[in-house]
Design a protein around this ligand. Structure first.
Ligand SMILES: [Zn+2]
Length: 336
């Protein structure tokens, strides 16, 4: 039985609609989404969506009607706002889209689409995050192939159930073309994390990632990988793991390694990830970590707040935020 059939006895559609209404217009002026006029008034309701308020623009030449959901991510959805609120909550509890489909009683493709839209909406909080102070960095290679993609990548469906997605690991350093892109984590001791999924681990890539993740002049502690030693613009010190040195006074990268110990089980839930989608998953994990002091419902409220902003919603539907990350992380060139 879908979770809604239990939960609807605890809270109903009208209350959810009222919650969405407050979230939609809280800190945003009530205005017409088409002509931005503030000269609007209530204009009845909908019989099929109890609690959804309808408005009419009184501006000359506009006179269009709209409601709480016009232009948002939830606009045009056949599912109730209760489904959306619970879906966002489950996403913050790091559920897979299949699990979400089962819990909510929606189709798997619906939940997959919602997951991506909502992840994109969450990424709007993470687009320009820059760390300061003392930053620890570490790298990881994550096996990510072409799950759900056409044989040579791209958007086309396989036309059959995906199989044989278990990748054999090649020796040596990973690379996007070898289906093992690198993930670099930057953890500030003053709070905040930035995680990049990158094509490779060359000096050029690491320099670019560092410039995006940290403010110039920050203190950087890493392991002895040569790519870190050659980057410029930061006060750098490292520990040598090959000599069994893991901490030398203040110099260590244990927080970055700890972050990976949380990232790995998070990614395991999805049972293999396509390399074209990796930055979306990693970016959402970054959001969850940066707001880890909040409960899942508070995080869900933040995502819904972003999803109810028409300008964020239209970019989230097109996947612009993930594309932006791909571009930063030099993945986009690989896609074309
Ligand atoms: Zn108008």
């Amino acid at each position: 039985m879908p979770v809604l059939s239990y939960v609807h006895q605890l809270f109903n559609a009208e209350q959810c609609q009222a919650y969405i209404h407050t979230l939609r217009w809280k800190e945003r002026p009530l205005q017409c989404p088409r002509c931005q006029s503030h000269h609007v008034g209530p204009w009845g309701a909908y019989h099929y969506q109890p609690g959804l308020q309808r408005y009419r623009c009184k501006e000359k030449g506009c006179k269009r009607t709209f409601n709480d959901l016009t232009g948002t991510l939830l606009d045009g959805s056949k599912r109730s706002v209760m489904h959306w609120i619970l879906a966002t909550f489950l996403l913050c509890l790091s559920c897979s889209s299949r699990r979400m489909a089962r819990e909510l009683g929606v189709h798997g493709r619906t939940s997959y689409r919602w997951c991506w839209w909502l992840r994109n909406a969450a990424l709007s909080y993470e687009m320009h995050r820059q760390l300061e102070g003392t930053v620890e960095a570490d790298d990881l290679y994550h096996t990510a192939g072409q799950k759900g993609q056409a044989p040579h990548g791209g958007k086309k469906a396989l036309g059959r159930r995906a199989r044989g997605r278990r990748k054999k690991r090649e020796p040596g350093r990973g690379h996007y073309d070898k289906d093992r892109p690198a993930i670099i984590a930057w953890v500030s001791r003053q709070g905040g994390v930035v995680i990049h999924a990158t094509r490779d681990f060359t000096v050029k890539t690491v320099q670019k990632a560092a410039d995006l993740a940290m403010q110039a002049g920050s203190k950087l502690y890493t392991d002895s990988a040569s790519s870190y030693r050659l980057i410029t613009g930061y006060e750098h010190d490292s520990v040598n793991h090959t000599k069994k040195e893991y901490a030398r006074g203040d110099v260590h990268e244990n927080r970055a390694e700890c972050l990976f110990s949380l990232l790995k089980p998070y990614l395991r839930v999805f049972r293999g990830i396509s390399k074209t989608n990796l930055s979306g998953y990693v970016g959402f994990f970054q959001f969850l970590r940066n707001f880890h002091q909040l409960t899942a419902f508070e995080q869900a409220e933040m995502i819904l707040y972003a999803a109810l902003d028409p300008s964020i919603a239209s970019r989230a539907r097109q996947g612009n935020f993930v594309k932006c990350l791909d571009h930063f992380n030099l993945l986009q060139t690989a896609r074309n």
